[in-house]
Design a protein around this ligand. Structure first.
Ligand code: NPQ
Ligand code: MG
Length: 386
């Protein structure tokens, strides 16, 4: 039998020239959420986001950190990321002479963990080098599409009727897939109700690690509702139990918190700990490792989709570029800016197209422009580094 053909890796970093980083700053912005967002680990009413700003050779680059205020989704927080970027990551690239993005990242490769902090610096470097070269991030990552189908993530609501009202609104806007946050006691009736009211809609649940393997009988009851997948039912570090659970479910498990690296993705595939991966660049340490996770999943026949961390338009631009890669075959949490914010910090927010897609930016680097007035109005903290 012929070997199955493994598609070539998509990353094209050689399109980016060496660039020096002359100056850097860290900024914290705060945006109110349009409505509270409740998951199995808590409720958010605002998004505070850490931004990395670089300047070099007359160009600027900006990156957004995925870390939240509290160490709930991840051990990282805005505070840990600020400290690691300020004390260890950013000083490793500022004033060190022209270098390719890979060479800059090699200078800080000794930093262990802190993936969201590292990913924010990587995003800023990719934006800076992309602008210097006049090439889009999407083309560097290996994008195969100019629009990406958009899904929406709906938090835990006070009633099923409130959930239905939100779903009605999002479907009317054109969203192509509905993700519902669940937790023990808010699961079976949710899935039953939504499935009977929306018989043909693509629906999935996300548990954010709220269950244990002993909950398998409850989770088996979800098999009746033709869900696209069940996201991260078990603990963030428990691939073995996810494999045991997947063996007892017809519904596909999608891993989110459990995959923090290409190594984790390979382990998940080897163990059959699920069938799908939600890729977030912040969680895996950057867009470059995210492409690596994409490539190993593609070779294994696992579809992937792009997750979301309530990003401002900056991080959203990076998500949309990543989601344009060929194995992102499922609609992601790549929603329009107005899913979360009345006003984004971009000159042009991300809008949902009538066909339920977002357009992939084509301009240099991230391909979006920050609105200076919005940036000033939302800034809580700003410090120069190096
Ligand atoms: C997920 N995101 O897929 C995450 C969870 C999440 C869109 O469902 C602050 C920062 C609050 C990051 C709440 C979505 C958050 C956050 C939830 C991430 O699991
Ligand atoms: Mg998730």
């Amino acid at each position: 039998m012929p070997e199955p053909t493994v598609p070539p890796p998509t990353l094209k970093l050689d399109r980016l020239p060496p660039v020096g980083v002359d100056r850097a700053a860290l900024r914290v912005v705060e945006l109110p959420l349009r409505s509270p967002f409740t998951t199995s680990f808590g409720t958010q009413t605002l998004r505070r986001a850490l931004l990395v700003e670089l300047e070099g050779e007359g160009n600027r680059g900006i990156g957004e950190c995925a870390a939240g205020i509290e160490p709930a989704y991840s051990y990282e927080t805005l505070g840990t990321a600020l400290a690691v970027l300020r004390d260890h990551l950013v000083p490793g690239v500022v004033g060190r002479g022209p270098a390719t993005v890979s060479e800059h990242l090699a200078r800080v490769a000794w930093v262990r963990g802190h993936h969201m902090a590292r990913a924010a610096l990587e995003m800023a470097l990719l934006d800076l080098a992309g602008r210097a070269a006049g090439v889009s991030l999407a083309s560097v990552l290996g994008a195969a599409a100019d629009r990406v189908p958009a899904g929406v993530s709906i938090g835990i609501q006070a009633s099923l009727d409130a959930t239905y009202a939100l779903i009605d609104g999002y479907l009317a806007q054109g969203y192509r897939r509905i993700k519902l946050k669940c937790r023990p006691g808010y699961d079976i009736e949710l899935a039953r109700g939504v499935r009977s009211r929306y018989p043909t809609t693509l629906v999935m649940l996300d548990a954010n690690s709220a269950y244990r393997l002993s909950d398998a009988p409850t989770l088996q009851a979800l098999d009746a509702f033709d869900l696209m997948m069940l996201e991260q039912p078990l603990a963030h570090d428990d691939l073995v139990d996810h494999a045991a659970l997947q063996a007892q479910l017809r519904t596909s498990i999608c891993l989110d918190e459990s995959v923090e690296s290409v190594t984790d993705a390979r382990a998940a595939i080897a163990l059959k700990a699920g069938r799908i991966v939600n890729i977030k660049a912040g969680r895996v340490g950057g867009l470059i490792p995210a492409v690596g996770v994409h490539d190993v999943c593609r070779a294994a026949g696992w579809p992937v989709w792009c997750g979301g961390m309530l990003e401002t338009g900056i991080g959203r631009a990076a998500n949309v570029a990543l989601a344009a890669l060929p194995n992102f075959t499922l609609p992601g949490d790549t929603s329009a800016s107005d899913r979360y914010f009345d006003q984004d910090i971009l000159r042009e927010p991300f809008r949902l197209e009538p066909d339920g897609t977002l357009r992939v930016p084509t301009g240099p680097g991230l391909g979006v422009e920050v609105d200076p007035d919005r940036l000033a109005a939302t800034t809580q903290h700003h410090e120069a580094i190096g």
